[in-house]
Design a protein around this ligand. Structure first.
Ligand SMILES: [Zn+2]
Length: 391
């Protein structure tokens, strides 16, 4: 290789190095800052390796500049603080970010959302509510998330009118919220006096069904309202509607249904209707209700036959309890020592029975909740299939 080539190469390298040094020299202040930063990172790394995580994080947070490249890291740190329950740190990190003149405007809405979530997690609902409301009013790009949070806040406060107002705005963007709005109407209707405010309650329940025609709760409340108002015919129609809406909830109104037929003086029709229901969607409560009616109107034999037939396909403790009871009634002259043991055992099992369960989060309850206390889902709690409906 010629000496000329190497000369040119050395010249090129010298120029490049000079250029770079010049640039660096021209940015001496920036370099000093970078050096400081690396020193601080090294210190942070030392803390991290020495398992002093809190000091490491503190060092990183203190020295991390706020700009468009680092703001995601700030947000991630804030979320981590919140997750660890360090809500003061999360709040101050997000507040500092918001106050910083270096935070580009386009990122402010992200930080606002995180700050409001910090207040929410800390239970400072009024502060969270103010920020979420500002985001909705300002048509932030997170307005939808803000609306969902606002609905959750108003639900927790049982402020159903405010929850409804926000929910109706959200409905324009997401139709799946309609079933929740139906529950809000039911909540409002339930708070009314069925004797002095019956028409207002009727309007709310009709509105619930206009949001969600499958709203079982609205039909159930309509039925109970009309029953209370002495309109068993209208009540019966509302209760029967539940079979089409969601047959799994039909067991909830068996006593109401019986009362309707009783008030109408058509009790004989009840047995036929229950038989028809058993054919379509059998369940233990349905079979037990039918068994009680058969026992009263036809006889113990028919009732026992029905329960035995059902138990052959869907054995449940409650069904067993009924079988034992019927057997003891039909053989009153014989010794019931063994059957008595079975009955006591069934009673003990039933005493600890979890009748309802949330299909979303698994929350267990002994009575029906329309909103799950665990995951806050609406209409997610149902009768436990082991006892209520056939598997
Ligand atoms: Zn749940």
């Amino acid at each position: 290789m010629s000496g000329g080539f190497w000369s040119l190469a050395f010249l090129f390298i010298a120029v490049a190095v000079g250029f770079l040094l010049g640039r660096l020299d021209g940015r001496r202040r920036q370099r000093r800052r970078l050096l400081n930063l690396s020193r601080n990172y090294a210190q942070g790394l030392d803390f991290l390796l020495g398992e002093q995580h809190d000091r490491a994080i503190e060092t990183f947070v203190r020295n991390l500049e706020i700009n468009e490249h680092t703001y995601e890291t700030h947000l991630a740190l804030g979320r981590m603080f919140r997750k660890r329950g360090e809500l003061d740190r999360a709040t101050s990190l997000h507040q500092n970010l918001l106050d910083s003149p270096r935070l580009p405007d386009e990122f402010k809405e992200d930080v606002q959302l995180e700050l409001a979530r910090d207040f929410l997690a800390a239970g400072v609902l009024d502060r969270a509510e103010t920020i979420f409301q500002d985001m909705v009013d300002g048509e932030s790009r997170h307005a939808e998330a803000a609306m969902r949070h606002l609905m959750a806040i108003f639900e927790a406060e049982k402020d159903w009118h405010s929850a409804m107002a926000v929910g109706e705005k959200l409905l324009l963007r997401d139709h799946s919220v309609a079933s929740t709005l139906a529950h809000y109407c039911c909540e409002l209707a339930e708070r009314l006096d069925y004797h002095t405010e019956a028409n207002a309650a009727r309007r709310l329940l009709r509105r619930a069904l206009s949001f969600d025609e499958g709203c079982v709760r609205a039909s159930l409340l309509q039925g109970r309202l009309e029953l209370a108002r002495g309109n068993p015919d209208t009540a019966l129609r509302a209760f029967k509607r539940i079979r089409g809406q969601d047959p799994e909830f039909f067991d909830e109104v068996l006593d109401d249904l019986e009362e309707c037929y009783r008030q109408l003086g058509r009790e004989e029709e009840l047995v036929n209707f229950l038989l028809e229901c058993c054919g379509e969607h059998p369940s233990t409560p349905l079979v037990l209700k039918l068994s009680a009616r058969l026992r009263e109107r036809v006889g113990e034999e028919e009732a026992a036959e029905l329960v035995t037939r059902y138990m052959q396909h869907h054995p449940t403790v409650r069904g067993l309890r009924e079988m034992v009871e019927l057997s003891m009634r039909r053989n009153q002259d014989t010794d019931h020592e063994q059957l008595g043991i079975l009955r006591r055992l069934s009673d003990r099992l039933l005493a600890g029975e979890i009748q309802y369960q949330c299909h979303r989060c698994g929350f267990e309850a002994r009575s029906l909740h329309w909103q799950c206390p665990g995951c806050k889902g609406w209409g997610t709690i149902r009768r436990n299939p082991e006892e209520g409906t056939p598997a």
